[in-house]
Design a protein around this ligand. Sequence first.
Ligand code: COA
Length: 389
Amino acid sequence: MTACIVGWSHGKFGKLDGETSESLIVKAASEAIAHAGIEPKDIDVIYVGNMNGGFVRQEFHSSLALQTHPDLRFKPSTRVENACATGSAAIHMGLNTLAANKARFVLVVGVEKMTELNSAQAGDVLIKASYVAEEATIEAGFAGIFGKITSAYFQRYGDKSDALARIAVKAHKNGAKNPFAHFQKEFTYDFCRTPSDKNPFVAGPLKRTDCSPVTDGAAAVVLADVSTALGMKQAIAFRAAEQINDFLPMSRRDIVKFEGPQLAWQRALSQAKLDLLDLSFVETHDCFTSAELIEYEAMGLTAPGEGEKAILEGWVERDGKLPINVSGGLKAKGHPVGATGVSMHVMSAMQLSGTAPESLQLPKATLGGVFNMGGAAVANYVSILEPLR
Ligand code: COA
């Protein structure tokens, strides 16, 4: 264990008219620094997680964090990008900086302002996170990539549309309890299961309710080394943090297997000396409901092809044996890509410190798992978190 989260902040996710990535960064950074109980001058190094790729015209984001306070001037700040795992990538850069004794306090901000574009234009940006040489002509943006993966999964294991609809219902039921979520309303099973004008097919077997939305938002954490963290008012420790990258082209992999996520989970659990069911909850990367389904298998909750059991038998509900995406996940909380990985860590830190909003707080949360994924199971990050004391 080398580092802890000692302060955090999370803004409301959604379509945030009037906000810019700059205003979102400044708010998230100042709130996280205040929550840690330190001064801006105490921050040694900054990482800004932002994917962009054309969502907004401003590309160069690192020094926007310095707008937070004059005392941040001259601090080293770097923008980090690793597709939809950008937020976790930025956190890992912070962990590496602490492990190298290059800082006492690291500020990590994850941000994305996506809704200046409409869904089709956002899809054109997101598809750049595929292997463009072979995959960029797939229709419907990144939903098209996951439409293909879902069709391949159905071909191998049978039609799992019932399970996908149940995952969507769970996400929205949980999201309805989360004041930070983009969507805070429940959807019925029939609505999610049945194609309609309000729930059309988007790509392959995926309907609108199977997709995460196009969202604006930011979240931030302050990281510190363990000895520093012992003196802080709150400290959530990394018991494990693992990154596994796989080949980018889907043609070089069995895409239904999610081997990168599986290896990331195996290494993290082994590093933490834990079994999956020792965890009190998991926040997993449900960019599409089928991603969550396959991730049940990759994390080792079920055998390959049997992921549906986890949702149909209630294991992953809020009161199940392994609650998954109690926050509403990307599906209901929203998926501002650069912010998502940071958001997952903040939601987990809140649960583990007993400070989640009352509607969201789990009765017993002692160990949390986070899985954040960039591309189609390409950049895979698992963190295992626990309170330091
Ligand atoms: N889930 C549920 N409802 C959604 C939704 C979603 N993902 N996206 C939009 N809606 C709702 C809107 O709130 C709106 O509801 P209202 O009529 O009650 O106001 C309605 O659907 C229409 O919204 P609109 O934005 O016009 O929908 P759209 O068809 O243009 O976009 C998607 C829907 C699914 C195509 C879009 O959200 C999308 O592209 N998602 C995927 C994003 C992505 O690929 N992220 C990266 C993943 S790796």
